[in-house]
Design a protein around this ligand. Structure first.
Ligand code: SME
Length: 158
C-alpha cells in the first residue's frame, strides 16, 4: 500500500512542462494512477471569491466551494493540510461521490498565498496516513517549483 514518493519523484518531474494547465492535469492523473485506492484526485483553484473545480480524475464533482466550507474549503482557509479518516464524521463534508469514505486535502501555497487545494478521495475508510501527506507535499512542491509564480498569482483559471 505504501508509495515510495521520493523514488517516484523523477517520473513525476519528467511529465512537468511548465505550462500550468498541462501540468495540473497530468499531476492529477499521475497521483490517481500511482496511489492505490483512490476514487478522485484533483484541484480546486481560488478565483478571489470561491474555489472552482480544476483538472481532476474521477467522477464529475461539485464546481464551486466557498472558503471555510467542506474539507476543501476548510483546508484552504486554514492554509493547512486536512486528513479526514471518515468523511461521515466531518461536519459539513461536501459529498461529490457517494463512494468516498476518507479524504486528504493539501493547500497550494505560493510565497505564503493560498491559490487553491489538491484533493484526494478514497472509497476506503482511513485510507490516508501522515506519510501520504508528507509525500504529496513533496510532489506538490515539485509541481509548483516548475510553474512561473507570476502566472499562478495572476489566477489564469479565473
Ligand atoms: N469532499 C470535498 C468536496 C470535493 S469532492 O470530494 C471532489 C469537501 O468536502 O470539500
Amino acid at each position: 500500500m505504501d508509495v515510495d514518493f521520493k523514488a517516484q519523484l523523477p517520473l513525476l518531474e519528467a511529465y512537468l512542462t511548465g505550462h500550468w494547465l498541462t501540468d495540473f492535469a497530468n499531476f492529477s492523473a499521475f497521483v490517481f494512477h500511482t496511489l492505490p485506492s483512490l476514487n478522485w484526485a484533483g484541484f480546486y483553484f481560488f478565483d478571489g471569491t470561491k474555489l472552482t473545480l480544476g483538472p481532476f480524475v474521477g467522477r464529475p464533482a461539485c464546481t464551486e466551494i466557498r472558503p471555510g466550507r467542506g474539507v476543501c474549503g476548510t483546508a484552504f482557509e486554514r492554509r493547512a493540510p486536512l486528513l479526514v479518516p471518515n468523511v461521515d464524521e466531518f461536519p459539513g463534508h461536501i459529498v461529490c461521490d457517494n463512494a468516498s469514505r476518507s479524504e486528504l486535502v493539501l493547500p497550494l501555497l505560493l510565497n505564503g498565498t493560498a491559490i487553491g487545494v489538491f484533493d484526494l478521495d478514497s472509497p476506503d475508510l482511513a485510507r490516508f496516513q501522515d506519510s501520504d501527506r508528507v509525500g504529496l507535499e513533496l510532489w506538490i512542491a515539485a509541481l509548483l517549483r516548475k510553474l512561473p509564480p507570476d502566472v499562478l498569482l495572476g489566477r489564469p483559471w479565473a
